[in-house]
Each structure stands twice: as structure tokens, then as C-alpha cells.
Design a protein around this ligand. Structure first.
Ligand SMILES: Nc1ncnc2c1ncn2[C@@H]1O[C@H](COP(=O)(O)OP(=O)(O)OP(=O)(O)O)[C@@H](O)[C@H]1O
Length: 227
């Protein structure tokens, strides 16, 4: 379980959020939503130990490792690695034959889980957006995480590819009891894949049932941001 108690974060004089109190259950598929700049990425950085909190606590079970899937960025057409080589970047480089053997098995299994086996030799620079995003997902799964964070990972994909990626994540969530935290601005995907959301509002978090979220709420937030 992930549990926040009175979690507060400031950057210098800027208060990002204060007194966050929430829980995320093991195996839950939950969305993390709210306007641009409300603190979604900052919160997951604190969760991953990449950023200190200002006060309060954010606890996870010590044994729970975390996989992080960012939104894919532009990758040059002549990027030197193929999909499999790119995924391997998250492994420890080793010259031990025994360790290599072990790693090969892990890679094979991850490629099967993410449906990338047939694409393993494709240069990453020539892969489609969805294939690149799946490669990022595969990389995040290498260390057998119990918690998977998708940080706007569907943002630059077209609707059909978004759905394919989310179906895959849902499969991983259900088959392997992965806890999934889905950071998104996408109303349709929030509705389709999650039952509960942590909504950033007025510098704190409100846990809400997704069935009670309206499209207008997403749009109002977007407008607020523009002002
Ligand atoms: N390292 C940093 N130093 C100073 N301010 C920061 C730092 N990182 C984030 N911020 C600020 O903290 C606030 C929260 O940023 P964060 O990226 O967490 O928001 P977000 O909800 O993920 O936004 P978006 O939806 O646009 O990705 C923003 O005002 C941002 O400028």
C-alpha cells in the first residue's frame, strides 16, 4: 500500500501542494489528475525518492520497486539502438555468461509480456509512436516493479494506439497484480480504465470515484490553466 500523510511540497517560496492524505491499494489501477503545474509529476518524484518532501510522509512497502514510464520524446531517425537494445539499457552491463543468460531470459519474457518480440530488431528511430511507447514500458518493467507509473505516457499517441497501450497495461495490472498510477489529462481513458482517481484541487488531493467525474471538470481545469 502507498500512504500519504500530511504530505507537503514547496520549491523555495512556491507552495506546490499541502497536506495530501490518501492511500493507494496494492493492485489498484488509479488515475492521478489535475491541471498543468498542480504537482502530479512532483508527487511521483517524491514517491520514487528523486525529490524530498518538505513535510509529512509518503510511505510504501520497502520491497516494492517502482517502474516509471515517461511520455516518449522525439528520437532521431538514426538513433543507434534497436528496440531490444534500448530495453536492455536498464540492465546492469555484465560480461558474466551466467548473468547474461539470466538477463536474456528476463528480456525474452518482458518482450513477450509487452508484445514486442517480433519487433525486437526494429531500429528505435524507425519505430512508430506506439512501438516506442511500448519500448519505454518494457524498459520500466525490467526490474520486476510492483508499482508502475505512467506519466502522460499516452499523450502523443492517436486514439487507437492509446487504447492498445492501455489494454496492455490493464492486462499487466490484472495478470500480475501490478499497482498502476496513471497520470493523465485524458478524460476518456480515465473513465475507461480506472475506477478511482486522485484529483489535485486547490493545492491538495481529493480522492474521487471516476463515475463522479464529468468531462466539464477536465475542461474547466484546462481553462483555469490558460488564464
Ligand atoms: N525542480 C523544480 N524546481 C522548481 N520548481 C519546480 C521544479 N519541478 C517542478 N516545479 C514546479 O512545481 C509545480 C508542479 O510541477 P509538476 O511538473 O509536478 O506539475 P504537473 O501537475 O506534473 O504538471 P503537467 O500536467 O503540466 O505535467 C510547477 O509550478 C513547476 O513549475
Amino acid at each position: 500500500m502507498i500512504e500519504a500523510k500530511d504530505l507537503t511540497k514547496r520549491f523555495g517560496k512556491q507552495l506546490v501542494f499541502q497536506n495530501l492524505n490518501f492511500q493507494i491499494n496494492d493492485g489498484e489501477f488509479i488515475s492521478l489528475i489535475g491541471p498543468n503545474g498542480s504537482g502530479k509529476t512532483t508527487l511521483v518524484k517524491i514517491l520514487m525518492g528523486l525529490e524530498p518532501s518538505s513535510s509529512g510522509t509518503l510511505k510504501i512497502n520497502e520491497k516494492q520497486t517502482i517502474g516509471y514510464v515517461p511520455q516518449f520524446r522525439n528520437i532521431d531517425l538514426d538513433y543507434p539502438l534497436n528496440i531490444e537494445q534500448f530495453i536492455r539499457l536498464n540492465l546492469k552491463f555484465t560480461f558474466s555468461a551466467k548473468q547474461r543468460n539470466h538477463e536474456n531470459k528476463i528480456i525474452k519474457s518482458i518482450m513477450q509480456k509487452t508484445h514486442l518480440t517480433d519487433l525486437r530488431n526494429r531500429p528505435l528511430g524507425l519505430a512508430s509512436g506506439g512501438e516506442k511507447q511500448k519500448a519505454y514500458l518494457a524498459q520500466a518493467l525490467l526490474n520486476d516493479p510492483k508499482i508502475l507509473i505512467l506519466d502522460e505516457s499516452t499523450a502523443s499517441l492517436d486514439v487507437e494506439v492509446k487504447t492498445q497501450l492501455m489494454d496492455l497495461v490493464q492486462e499487466l495490472n490484472q495478470k500480475y497484480h501490478l499497482t498502476v498510477i496513471f497520470i493523465t489529462h485524458d478524460y476518456e481513458l480515465t473513465k475507461k480504465y480506472t475506477k478511482r482517481a486522485l484529483l489535485f484541487q486547490n493545492k491538495t488531493i481529493v480522492p474521487v470515484k471516476v463515475e463522479n467525474i464529468s468531462k466539464e471538470m477536465f475542461e474547466v481545469e484546462a481553462e483555469n490553466v490558460r488564464i
